[in-house]
Design a binder for this molecule. Structure first.
Ligand code: HEM
Length: 133
């Protein structure tokens, strides 16, 4: 059997993680726990809605790595830029660390190789979003 590409392995891992709504709750617990400044960005946010938006946003990052056009990511780049939510590019490292912590505990088929694959797949889309800062 042909080995899965990084993007396909990540797509399948994401499918396993998405089976539980707790995945998105735990992600925001880890992410907001990583910095007071990040917590402050979400004080007025409807978190149940935000968890649903992230569910789609993560899919856009994976689809981008699988060759889909980056239009949705450029929209996120605009909303997250200094004229929008003002998300400094240095914060995406904490975002990715929180994501990896969450995946390790939620993907029942997690193996260490997935850490490298997830980081590689996310980075392309993160570059598009944070590059618009
Ligand atoms: C690649 C990483 C990220 C993805 C995929 C992502 C995805 C999203 C999506 C889909 C939305 C809703 C759509 C929109 O308003 O444009 C959103 C809103 C938001 N994101 Fe992100 N985001 C990322 C990174 C970050 C980071 C690092 C922060 C830092 C705190 C952040 C803070 C916010 C805030 C404050 C909102 C608006 C919340 C509100 O409506 O109250 N995001 N994000």
């Amino acid at each position: 059997m042909r080995p899965l590409s990084d993007a396909d392995a990540v797509f399948q891992s994401y499918g396993r993680c998405c089976r539980s709504e707790r995945f998105f709750e735990d992600f925001y617990t880890h992410f907001m726990g990583s910095s007071e400044a990040i917590r402050a960005k979400f004080v007025d946010t409807d978190m149940p809605a935000q968890r649903h938006l992230l569910r789609a946003g993560l899919l856009w990052l994976i689809m981008y790595a699988r060759g889909a056009p980056g239009g949705k990511l450029r929209d996120l780049g605009k909303s997250h830029s200094r004229g929008g939510y003002d998300i400094h590019p240095s914060w995406y490292g904490l975002w990715l660390d929180a994501l990896m912590t969450t995946i390790r505990s939620h993907d029942p088929e997690y193996v260490p190789e997935l850490e490298r694959q997830w980081r590689a797949v996310m980075q392309g889309g993160i570059d598009v979003i944070s590059g618009a800062y």
